[in-house]
Design a binder for this molecule. Sequence first.
Ligand code: ZN
Length: 296
Amino acid sequence: MSGNLQFSIRTRCDICHSAGRVWLVKTGRELTRCPSCGFAWVAAGLMRTSSGLSIYEDSTRALFEDFADYYRDASADDAAVTKLNWVGEFAQEGRLLDVGANYGHFISHAVDRFDAIGMEPSPQAVDWARTNLRAPIQRGYIGDDRGDFAGRFDVITMFDVIEHLEGPLVALQQCRRFLAPHGRLFITTPDAGSLVARLLGRSWYHYDLEQHISIFSVANLERLLEACGFTVIQKRTFARRYRFSYIDRRLRDLSRESMLFRTAHAVAFPLRLFPQRRIAINLHDVIGLVARLREE
Ligand SMILES: [Zn+2]
């Protein structure tokens, strides 16, 4: 199953079609930003290996291994339960599709309440989820031609996924196709329009251009959803619990880029004394949107 979200180099904004300008160059990659709506994208798209596989598909590069204390931690379970309770505010039963299911923590909880399946391009993540969580996950991309999914789902979730896609427009069009008429779409993603993002500017940690290649704000994501036939019915932010070890490593990595993070890493020595501790943080720079299909 190959990803079929293939795009040529994009110079125009997917949302408002203005000509973008290169705004940030980092790790050899360029982030192009729309001067009109603020949507930002890495025109080169997904990082690919010499064989053409995306970094998510390539089994020789264990992308998530370095972040086991984030992706495979008890805090990933906490986050999954928080998300499931959020979904439960809008839908209590039916068919659920989790797009970009990662290691399957969310889907492993969602099966308690929904007829749920996950889609995930990474073969290692799929294997891990099936083996360790018995999570019903299939390998695949949201862009795959899945006629059997048309109009099928009462709930579609895309948690921290859309920023990894080179075709967010196509992804939302697919969500529209896959949702039942009364269905609900749940999206979480970093918010470049948030106060923290604006204060940190180009040093904002979500400008990780190897992975985050489509960067939204609440306003431009809502605009894209509307263009794809959705109406946004809720906007919120999320707290997440993080291991000290994870925060410490993120600060250390960021300290290579700016004095601000160098200082933060230096004063944050308690993180290194208690690496297993966890803390809940909400910087209000990750948004959650709920959308329904617009009635024509
Ligand atoms: Zn734009």
